[in-house]
Design a protein around this ligand. Structure first.
Ligand SMILES: Cc1cc2nc3c(=O)[nH]c(=O)nc-3n(C[C@H](O)[C@H](O)[C@H](O)COP(=O)(O)OP(=O)(O)OC[C@H]3O[C@@H](n4cnc5c(N)ncnc54)[C@H](O)[C@@H]3O)c2cc1C
Length: 434
């Protein structure tokens, strides 16, 4: 008879790695199944432009509890700060401004003024009734402030590093994320996108996997999961079956929806999976000639192909610029002339010598970028999926409560799913996850 694992963890991103490590080091027999031929998921450190670059998630912070514990444990806590920008360019109402930074701060404070009141408890996103905004899009929230076109562009520019299309994203996830960062958007932004790991995110995923006692099976995609009541059967794309007592599904929701799960998931979860994560963004590294003066630039999605730009680090004799692109289709990433033209709107004389990026949308195992939920799902589908489904638990940054969309959220969610599975294996009631 084939082996029956205590748990199969599906997906070796940060959530799955933590879940598999936690369960296996507690003595459980764990199989970690990964569709790609590598671990790390939407974090991906690779050789490009003559050095090591993170083409996926790359920024972490000491205010992120799960990340920080792991970084200190593995001696990885000496993070790189970004270069300090000397000039802030902002595209608004068709013009590039350099003196609107203070004004933008005021607008942002107003935009997020009620965040903490609406989400007072970081461990419980539904502590307060927010039904009045459950269907609110970011576009509607911006419109409700009755701002001039210029002010609304300033707001859209400053949140463009996290958002893709304001009429598709709900306001709920972003309000919660800001609430849990002291109600301060600048703190949320620093946490989510400033400090990087010298050895890239690979050093963190390798360190976690290095501790794990789970069996790792790469290049194996799960297509079907059936909970029989007494155990779970998983089917793989190459026609094999795996038996386990429990499962943790730790994939992005845009791939989870292609796994046939029986019995059927609750309607709120099905709706979230069907509608999916709308983010089509990407991260573009641009190497420019020489050591240029550090600058940042912000532009609303739809009005410029590069939306959140920052001079990040020296790259030998050259300089590396990080560009967050809200919509990957808005520019050809390897068209150096097009990228140079786009950057020259802000700094006319810079010269692009190389670029690097990863197409997360075309990738079968992500089918999209980081998570920014459509309206309602952060407060409904996400809450319900975290409760688990019989012997099937779920994890991932896409469905995380604390730290939604982040590496820290993925790790937090992986650890919570491991505790949930442990309770099932011990025959106890599942612990309640917020
Ligand atoms: C361009 C970009 C920049 C980002 N920047 C940051 C940042 O700076 N800081 C930050 O905190 N976050 C950032 N994020 C978000 C962060 O990287 C992710 O939210 C996080 O890494 C997700 O981890 P996860 O384990 O939940 O999912 P994933 O990393 O997506 O892992 C899921 C795993 O499941 C596998 N899988 C999928 N389907 C199947 C299947 N059917 N069978 C088997 N395996 C399957 C995938 O191959 C993958 O390895 C960024 C994301 C992107 C794309």
């Amino acid at each position: 008879m084939s082996q029956v694992y205590d748990t199969v963890v599906v997906g070796a991103g940060m959530a799955g790695l933590v879940a598999a490590r936690d369960l296996s080091t507690r003595g459980r027999s764990v199989l970690l199944v990964e569709g790609r031929d590598r671990i790390g998921g939407r974090t991906f450190t690779t050789t490009a432009c003559g050095g090591e670059l993170d083409l996926g998630g790359g920024y972490v912070h000491w205010t992120q509890p799960n990340v920080w514990v792991e970084l200190e444990k593995h001696g990885l806590e000496h993070l790189n700060p970004p270069l300090e920008s000397k000039t802030f360019y902002q595209l608004a109402d068709g013009k590039v401004h350099t003196d609107e930074f203070e004004r933008t701060h005021e607008l942002v404070a107003k935009f997020f003024a009620d965040a903490r009141e609406r989400f007072p408890l970081p461990f419980n996103p539904t502590a307060v009734d927010n039904s009045d905004i459950i269907d609110q899009t970011l576009e509607q929230r911006i419109a409700s402030m009755n701002m001039s076109k210029k002010d609304s562009d300033l707001i859209k520019g400053v949140i463009s590093g996290l958002c893709h299309n304001y009429s598709l994203h709900g306001s709920q996830q972003l309000l919660f994320a800001v609430a849990t960062n002291f109600g301060n958007y600048a703190a949320e932004l620093e946490t989510a996108g400033s400090w990087s790991l010298p050895g890239g995110m690979k050093s963190l995923s390798d360190a976690i996997q290095g501790e794990s006692k789970a069996e790792l099976r790469l290049s194996t995609a799960i297509t079907k999961i059936t909970d029989n009541g007494w155990g779970v059967t998983l089917s793989t794309s190459n026609g094999t079956q795996i038996q386990a007592k429990t499962v943790v599904v730790a994939t992005p929701i845009n791939t989870m929806r292609h796994i046939a799960i029986t019995p059927a998931l609750p309607p709120t979860v099905q709706k979230m999976l069907t509608e999916g994560n709308p983010v089509r963004g990407s991260k573009l590294w641009v190497i420019v000639r020489g050591h240029i003066e550090p600058f940042s630039a912000l532009a609303p999605p739809g009005q410029h192909p590069l939306n959140s730009v920052r001079v990040e680090k020296r790259w030998g004799d050259n300089t590396a610029i990080l560009c967050m692109i809200s919509d990957s289709d808005s520019i050809k990433h390897d068209d150096l002339a097009a990228v140079q033209k786009a950057l020259r709107l802000f700094v006319p004389d810079l010269e692009v010598v190389d670029t690097a990026w990863q197409d997360w949308n075309a990738d079968d195992f992500s089918q999209g970028g980081w998570m920014m939920h459509r309206p309602r799902h952060f407060l409904e589908g996400c809450v319900d999926i975290r409760k688990g489904h019989g012997r099937i638990s779920f994890a991932g940054a896409d469905i995380a409560a604390l730290g939604p969309c982040t590496i820290d959220g993925a790790m937090n969610s992986g650890a919570a799913a491991a505790r949930q599975v442990e309770a099932i294996l011990n025959g106890k009631n599942k612990d309640s996850r917020p």
